[in-house]
Design a protein around this ligand. Structure first.
Ligand SMILES: NC(=O)C1=CN([C@@H]2O[C@H](COP(=O)(O)OP(=O)(O)OC[C@H]3O[C@@H](n4cnc5c(N)ncnc54)[C@H](OP(=O)(O)O)[C@@H]3O)[C@@H](O)[C@H]2O)[C@H](O)CC1
Ligand SMILES: [K+]
Length: 453
């Protein structure tokens, strides 16, 4: 299991920085490590290209001055352009240690093949002034490779909002821990590749980027029930539950059963169809309800009489009405924005805050889907999905995800881990299925995604 990279809000980042300082590390030492890491990552990524570094007035700019010194020490032709005088002592120190000139950022500033932008990081308070932003965008267009220091300038670190027009960077070098902006829409799509540098602060957090899952080892002596029985309840539109059932089968469930009032054609024969719904059969590893449910809420009510772990998706979420109905249900719900709002109403805050409040209120693991999918647990853990292909936005991919999560849960993974692993595999399978995929291809790409692990 590759180490899951931690994420911290700006406030928790400052606290971690302060703890390091209380522990005897100076701000200048932290800045020296950050700037050196920025130089190292930029050099590895771009090679010894002539470089222009844009430095802002705060410590983000300070990192920029330090990186200028380190790149110059490698023989790189480096120029620095500053927005204004440095405000903080550490930034003043970093600027004083830079032996070269510092140009004033203006309309006359010439760009360079490698552009490193260290204008604003976690201290951004508002969008960039139009003049500054125009200059940034011009220099950006004239450059070949663009690198952001810590956070793309103009992106709000905690919410992932772009407070001004943020261009598309090739690389973002961040320090200590990832920031929410690296994994929240739209800022996440402006970062390019994100490199996390260790600068000696304790970045540990209960927020993480979801990493490739480690699968429960299959017991040779196992049988179809020990590998997990997924029991799906069909509703009005059988196509959706069929897709979810297929995805569950491809995700390694030992046995997939569908309760349906009429035969569903096109289902692989490995998937058993029955016209009863014994939802308290203790062999059930995970119950799945919601895909294609339509307006038959009594099927959801039946599902809630089951003691089995369950995945509730789509219409099943809509018909819940009250999040409290999920208490004690050992449930994973998989809402997109609309279903989230219908169930939880207008919970304010950033997407991470909303996801965690919903998990806390419902007692369920909440997979809050979107171009930035989060997995929130009632115990405060929060997983951020790595960027997934845009072509996942097509009909039926949500049904596939719910089936994948149900299978992993049925295989014995705890709810939060099963939901996180499902989200990760869903994105990976989409990459393998390619841009022309439809949801059926996505389900069929799951075994290759798992084999990849
Ligand atoms: N946290 C760590 O472990 C480390 C972080 N480092 C780097 O430090 C920055 C955060 O530095 P900070 O000085 O807090 O903030 P910024 O550099 O991002 O912003 C500096 C000032 O810029 C002004 N500001 C904000 N928005 C705008 C804007 N749109 N236009 C103009 N000016 C703006 C603001 O000043 P005000 O006068 O507006 O209050 C900010 O104070 C972090 O990102 C890392 O790169 C350390 O170097 C290493 C360790
Ligand atoms: K920046």
């Amino acid at each position: 299991m590759s180490r899951a990279r931690p994420l911290l809000t700006a406030e928790r980042m400052r606290a971690a920085e302060q703890a390091a300082i209380d522990g005897g590390t100076s701000v200048e030492q932290l800045m020296e490590r950050a700037g050196a890491a920025l130089a190292e990552a930029a050099f590895r990524f771009a090679g010894p290209l002539p470089t222009l570094i844009l430095c802002g007035p705060g410590n983000n700019g300070g990192d920029g001055y330090v990186s200028a010194r380190h790149l110059a020490a490698r023989g790189v032709q480096v120029r620095v352009a500053a927005l204004e005088d440095s405000q903080s002592n550490a930034a003043k120190w970093a600027r004083s240690e830079w032996a070269g000139d510092v140009e004033a950022l203006s309309d006359e500033t010439k760009s360079a093949p490698l552009l490193i932008v260290a204008l604003f990081g976690t201290g951004l308070k508002r969008g960039l002034d139009t003049t500054i932003n125009q200059r940034l965008l011009r220099l950006f267009d004239e450059a070949m490779i663009r690198v952001a220091c810590d956070v793309p300038s103009g992106a709000a670190s905690d919410s992932g909002a772009c407070l001004s027009d943020v261009p598309q960077f090739d690389l973002t070098v961040t320090f200590g821990a990832l920031k929410p902006a690296h994994r929240l829409y739209p800022a996440m799509h402006r970062c390019g590749r994100v490199v996390l540098a260790d600068i000696g602060i304790d970045g540990s957090s209960d927020w993480h980027e979801i990493a490739a899952p480690r699968f429960p080892v299959l017991e040779p002596g196992g049988h179809k029930y020990s590998r997990g029985l997924v029991h799906a309840l069909a509703g009005k539109m059988p196509g959706a539950i069929a897709l979810a059932a297929k995805a569950a089968a491809h995700s390694g469930a030992g046995y997939v059963r569908v309760s349906t009032s009429r035969p569903i054609d096109g289902l692989p024969s490995a998937i058993v169809q029955i016209d009863t719904a014994e939802v308290n059969d203790e062999r059930i590893g995970c119950l799945l309800v919601g895909p294609g449910l339509g307006d038959i809420p009594q099927v959801l009510t039946l599902a809630l009489t089951s003691h089995a772990p369950k995945v509730i998706d789509a219409d099943g979420i809509t018909y819940l009405g009250d999040p409290e109905r999920l208490k004690g249900q050992d449930a994973i719900i998989t809402p997109h924005e609309g279903e989230f709002k219908r169930l939880f109403g207008d919970i304010g805050g950033t997407k991470p805050e909303r996801a965690l409040k919903a998990a806390h209120r419902s007692g369920a693991v909440v997979v809050f889907k979107g171009p930035d999918t989060l997995v929130a647990s009632p115990d405060g853990r929060l997983g951020f999905a790595p960027p997934a292909p845009a072509w996942l936005a097509t009909a039926g991919t949500g049904d596939v995800l719910s089936g994948m999560i149900a299978a992993l849960r049925a295989r014995g993974m705890p709810a939060f881990e099963a939901a996180s692993a499902g989200v990760w595999l869903h994105g990976r399978a989409a990459e393998l299925a390619g841009p022309g995929m439809i949801a059926d291809d996505l389900a069929e790409a799951i075994p290759a995604a798992i084999a990849d692990l």
